[in-house]
Design a protein around this ligand. Structure first.
Ligand SMILES: [Zn+2]
Length: 296
């Protein structure tokens, strides 16, 4: 592995950093050897972290001459993400820790995908997460892996998680972002919506975070075999999205994956609405105009 810190000069954003690393390491194997990369880039040690309430940490100096990463012991995919996140803090010189020389990150930091405007702490956590995700799931390898199965499906998310050595939720987040179709993945815990990830073209999900999974969702349907993705089935779109009355009702599909520990993912897929024929639209607009103007 020939990369060194010199290869990263002047790269400040997560995207620029990962680009440089991938240029220096064009043949990275999967899962990405994150610990070896750390060693090459100035991390001297990776140690267990046992401070309650924290998932990861980084001990370093302002110049970032070297660093020690702390990661909570536990499942390997989770630990790999924590290590990559802390490496991100280490490589982004503009990240300033709360206390001098020491970053400490909670589970909520490692899940953060959006920052409140002006909140520098949240912003740096979001950047470290972007770095971790791009580093562990390099875009060119992810696209290549996804091209093998164009139809959306949670079984593919599970395969990506396995092959890239990341958690299922990390894989789900990247999956919706890179998939060309209008899809979303809702993460639920013990029957409650916890987080929603959606592609840019997927509409807002109307279910409140923290609220129950809708009663008529496939989630509550036939007992699902644990740890296996269900079949895909059409559902009523207003379970999840706001259906405008004057537009054609879109077709929405659900697929459910449930684990025995209460974790679940629900894939939502919006079928593309076929383009109406010009004649149809003209007629429809004519009717609507008459209706609104009250003429007969
Ligand atoms: Zn952090």
């Amino acid at each position: 592995m020939p990369i060194s810190r010199k290869d990263l000069a002047a790269a400040g954003s997560p995207e620029a950093l990962v680009k440089r690393i991938l240029q220096a390491e064009p043949n990275l194997p999967l899962p990405v050897p994150i610990q070896e990369l750390c060693a090459r880039l100035g991390i001297l040690r990776i140690e267990d972290l046992d401070t309650a309430g924290f998932e990861g940490g980084l001990v370093t100096d302002a110049k970032r001459s070297e660093g020690t990463i702390l990661a909570k012991p536990g499942g390997e995919p989770r630990r790999r993400f924590t290590i990559a996140h802390e490496l991100g803090h280490f490589l982004m010189a503009h990240h300033v820790p709360d206390q001098p020389g020491r970053f400490m990150c909670k589970n909520s930091d490692l899940l953060r995908v959006k920052a409140k405007e002006g909140d520098q702490r949240q912003r740096r956590e979001v950047e470290a997460n972007r770095f971790a995700s791009l580093m562990l799931m390099p875009p060119h390898l992810l696209r290549e892996a996804m091209a093998a199965f164009p139809e959306p499906g949670l079984q593919h998310v599970l395969a990506l998680a396995r092959d890239f050595g990341v958690g299922k939720e990390t894989a789900a987040r990247a999956y919706v972002q890179y998939h060309p179709e209008r899809i979303a993945i809702v993460v639920a815990g013990n029957g409650r919506v916890q987080r929603c990830y959606r592609s840019l073209s997927f509409p807002d999900i109307t279910c409140a975070v923290g609220g129950p999974v809708p009663v008529h969702s496939l989630y509550h349907g036939d007992p699902h075999r644990p740890d296996i993705a269900s079949d895909i089935a059409a559902c009523s779109p207003d379970l999840w999205i706001d259906v405008k009355r004057d537009l054609r009702v879109p077709v929405l599909y659900e697929q459910v994956y449930r684990q025995q520990n209460g974790f679940a993912m629900i894939l939502l897929r919006l079928e593309p609405v076929p383009e109406e024929s010009a004649e149809e639209r003209r007629l429809e607009e004519g009717w609507r105009h008459r209706f609104h103007s009250g003429r007969r």
